[in-house]
Ligand binder design. Sequence first.
Ligand SMILES: [Zn+2]
Length: 492
Amino acid sequence: MLKKRILPAIAALFILLVAVLLIRTFTPAGSQMAGEAFDFRPDTARVSRLMSESVRFKTISFGRDKPTSATELRAYHAYLEKQFPLAHKALKREVIADYSLLYTWTGSAPASATNKPVIFLGHLDVVPVVPGTESKWKQPPFEGVVADGFIWGRGTLDNKVNIIGLLEAAENMLQQGLQPTRTIYFAFGHDEEQGGIDGAKVMADVLLKRGVQAEFLVDEGGLVTQGVVPGIDAPMALIAPAEKGIVTLELKVVGEGGHSSMPPEQTSIGILAAAIAALEANQFPRDFSHTQSFLEAVADDMPFANRLVMKNLWLFKPVVMGAFEGDKQAQAAMRTTTAATMIAGGIKANVLPIDAAAKVNFRILPGETPDTVRERVMRVINDARVEVSFDGSGQKGMSPSPVSPTQGFGWEQLTAAIRDTAAPQRMIVTPRLLVAATDTRHYRKITPNHYRFTYMQLAPSDLASIHGTNERISVATLNDTVRFYFRMMSRL
Ligand SMILES: [Zn+2]
């Protein structure tokens, strides 16, 4: 009797569950609309030449202890002035902190609470070519060779693309007699690759002192790519509304020393090793929220089985998190990562070590701070013999950014310009946490709306060329970068 009543009830529940899953699977998120094509074609030959020539300025950031060549930076300033005459006439250009460039393009309407300025960031400096890798470059890194549809060289992607893209878009708007309604700033730092302390931070302070409160800010950090999510072929614009923080902790143990013939049960090296092992065995907890927003935004484009899962994360989240186990990239987006990167101790094989020290580098997920990381590390190690301190000259690392909203004016303007640039091709637009750091962090007091994105389409195989070998940008994508900024600024 009982069985007879329960079975239909279970069957009904099962049918209901399937119905819910399917309804959710087939309800589009509405975030993947098509763009509206627009008629603006940059002068391709000119844009290629501008990038090619820009690469030849060796504005290399070697580190704060070895200054970037003042001659190269100044020569690059002068070059930009010459190549973008209309922009340099219409925009106010200020040299800040000797080498950074701050441009102000005053809007046609006065600034107000509903007409706040917008800031675009870029940086003039580039990273060095790692000594010993020069021969691996298919084209020399600082000659700006144009070949096979690409402009080759250090800085083409990181980040002279922003400099050329923004200035050329402004130049073209001015040629057409266009002026933005809002005031637009271009803030081009000269030391992003060494932390932005001497450039971006000073520019942000200047703006702050002038009382500038911006509507939103667009910086490097996101891009367009393809084929990174299995089953999705359409190109995908990844916008980073947040970035991770960073801190390095030094673990230090001081032992008694002495002859190794009569050792204590644990030497300072053993104690230190146990501490590191404890940290690796007790990773930071996972926070799925950033990955979830990403997956939900792209789910509509997935094949049925994957879509069923991603549209129903309320049910399948544990399965998905399990599937990401062991995936380094996925883990980096889900937790504060722990990487023991340096270790030192001992002087001789038969002498007990006195000092033993290690450095552990953490990339901090939004929600934590360098202080909370240190607290947790001390708790996990749980050994008073291990001293845990912030590494570096009194610097405590850097907190992760707040998470900017994926809605509202800035987000809408940005995503619309992305879709319009791609049109008639459809573009998937999705937020994704940036696991690296940008100059954006210095501008937190100027606006809470930070979007890290440059319209440049890169094959997954080209991603490693940023800071690596064979950095290059395709002529086609550089054209699109200019079109994107043109479209976006024309409507601000
Ligand atoms: Zn960069």
